[in-house]
Ligand binder design. Structure first.
Ligand code: NI
Length: 136
């Protein structure tokens, strides 16, 4: 059977503030710019869950897309959609919620469920910036 890469696009909204407690206010402002503003700000995130596997002989699919949507809802969206990441999501208590760190945290949530089929995650924070993670 052919090996195919399947990509599913899922959107969510969340807010964050980028701030490193170990740096001065001035260094934080210089490093994080607008994303350092005190009361946080929101983004419309776009997550691409990319799976790669040999097609299942019975279904002729990598995985049923309803199933991927259900798993992502339960293991990702229920935890971060419409949340203030710094405060509401325990993983970011001591981790700056940069787009890079968010995509790594999402990987940790999805990997135990999707296993070897999970090939890549891409997270768009703005229309000109994405983080891509393949589990390394
Ligand atoms: Ni931001």
């Amino acid at each position: 059977m052919p090996i195919v890469t399947l990509s599913c696009r899922i959107t969510f909204c969340a807010s964050h503030r980028l701030h490193n407690d170990k740096l001065s206010e001035e260094e934080n402002r210089r490093l994080f710019g607008k994303c350092n503003y005190v009361n946080g700000h929101g983004h419309n995130y776009v997550l691409y869950v990319v799976l790669k596997n040999e097609l299942d002989s019975r279904s002729q699919m990598v995985m049923n897309t309803d199933e991927i949507e259900k798993i992502t809802q339960e293991h990702v969206l229920n935890k971060i959609d419409h949340r203030y990441l710094n405060v509401d999501v325990p993983e970011f208590k001591n981790l700056i919620p940069t787009v890079e760190n968010i995509v790594v945290v999402i990987w940790k949530w999805l990997k135990p469920v999707l296993g070897d089929k999970l090939y890549q995650l891409r997270l768009d924070e703005t229309e000109y910036c994405s983080a891509i993670y393949e589990g390394n």
